[in-house]
Design a protein around this ligand. Sequence first.
Ligand code: COA
Length: 690
Amino acid sequence: MKTKNTYQKLFSPQSIAIVGASNKKGKIGTIIAENIFKLGYNGKTYLINPAYKFLGFKRCYPSLSAVKKEIDVAIICVPAKFVLDVVKEGMQNVKNFVIISAGFSEIGAEGAKREQELIDLAKKNNLNILGPNCLGFINPIVNLNASFAAGMPKAGNVAFVSQSGALIVGLLDKAKEEHMGFSNVISIGNQMQVDEADILEYLAEDKETKVIGMYLEGIKDGSRFLKVAKKVSQKKPIVILKAGKTEQAQKAISSHTGALAGSDEIVDVAFKSAGIIRADNLDDFFALLGLISFTDAPKNGQMAVITNAGGAGVLATDAFKNKEIALMEFSQKAKENFAKQLPSESSVHNPIDLLGDAGADRYQNILEMLKKENPGSTICILTPQQQTPVEEIAKIITSVKEKNKMSLAAVFIGGERIKNGVLHLKQNNIPNFSNPESCVRALDQYYRWSIFANEKTDEQKYAANADCKKIVSNIIKNAREQKRGALSFSEAANVMLEYGIDSGSFWIVSADGEKPEIKEFPVVAKIDSDKVLHKSDKQGVILNIKNSGELEEALKALGQNFPGEKVLVQPMQQKQVEIILGIKKDDIFGPVIVYGLGGIYTEIFHMADFLLPPMSEAEIKKQVLSGKIRFLFQGARGQKAYDAEEFSKIIKGIMDFALENSDIDGFDINPLFIYNDGRKASAVDIKIII
Ligand code: COA
């Protein structure tokens, strides 16, 4: 069983072996051995290579077992075909392995077989294996570089985890320039066994780590990852740069809603649900890691901005649009005090304009006075005018931040003239942005994370309803036995009823069979067949039938066009608002509920949102009330609000259905009519593709 300390020995070992250590210039075994020896690691080290008795002055062992002592971790850099034997031979005295070697699942069937053998071995013998096909790891806190990346990054509080080894190398190089320090740098390679969720769990407990940055291409087990990430996010921020698309080919016929949900949007929703901060690109990623590493999260959403450039202040003001954080309103007293310290042309409103000739004293005075106003964070903007003492201002900002323990970020705009000032900021842990927009965006993301971390979210568990599951699986089984591709309307309506979703009254008839006793007109007649899924396109729907004579005609016409098929007759409901609801299966995160504005404008307005089950009804309602179609439930333009509670119950029903019937191929309700006059919502058309 994995415990808190499972990976402690792997990533912070007291003894380490290098299998495949060498002295031949440029070989990976040589580079890793040199990195471990020359960069200050103090633990015990063992070189393993049967070709040598000594490497330099250091003894070399023919195998791991020949060391005859427990070793915390072995770094393996021999060709893939030898790796299994090395692990088998060494597992008596080593439990943790890092496999640098390439040549596993990433190369196809032969490599996948090798990888599977290793997985089986690890499982059976309780081993932890990082990689294969990875760069290794670096723990700057103990001066251990167990990778073939060059040098030792500065020690600090950022943990960086990457699926790409090459990206680590680039990032570490840039980090040097940014003066960013690391607690861990981990290359996870094929994540054959130790995966990104395991590493998150480890880093959550690592006291040196304040922020976790991840570069991910794929996610191994989406639902486990989200569960772990959600827990970890409550403790420390996770920033992820996610590359790669996961779009599953859409089965156009099966579901209309599928097309509304791009896989990348689902990643957004999934990350948001777990409190993960998503970076859009590498620059963003760096900016976020720098901000979080260097300063505290905004204490509240009210920001103060000071600037020596009016234009930059305007840009900053614009940047707050659609953000959770806002420019704060200063108290009258504060504004009077600011005014006493500034020339009369200055603006004492937020952003405070210190004017172009501002020296360090104006920055200092205002920053000190701002303390009383208790801003969530303060943004200090500077452009280098002729008389601007850039470095002096950088020093003042640093000392005021230190003294007052403020959450603060700088935006020094310029190039050559601000170089030394920016260097001073970086050396003294002040996050600096090259423009106000990036700064405001990053602070906003940091703030949203802090709200997530402070909200106690219950773990959403789904309790299956055995009776309902049995009834529904019998209906689906029966249809499958009849080799049908979809449920009929009456079957689908019965399934939905089990989940509390009503389809109103209806009759199923055949063109030449008995006619229903219908007293209330108008009605609608539709073909109810798994072979005709898009009925309107194929003239399978006749609307506004006003009496039994017209119904007779309609049934005849449908019978001629679709011989032998059943016909569904429903009251012609007066529509108010049409909603579309569906389930999209995401490769990574499983079923995703899609809901939005239906009708003819569905695709044009793209007013759809996505929710990841399981969720409680209360949580669904919260999302509905903040989603794209929230206006319906808020009573826009004097209209009576639609019932958010009823709608959330319907979504909950669909979530439960999705979780209990993960093997269905497609689902949508299109349309669901909702009303704001007391009438119950009604699923007018339901497709369940099996
Ligand atoms: N135990 C210990 N040492 C062994 C061994 C064993 N069972 N079998 C072989 N060795 C030694 C060899 O004698 C050799 O020593 P030498 O360099 O002094 O001659 C050393 O291990 C390495 O073996 P070699 O056959 O020379 O392989 P290599 O160094 O050319 O390549 C890898 C080994 C692992 C680097 C290579 O196979 C590989 O996978 N490269 C890609 C790595 C990569 O890109 N990873 C992903 C990064 S993101």
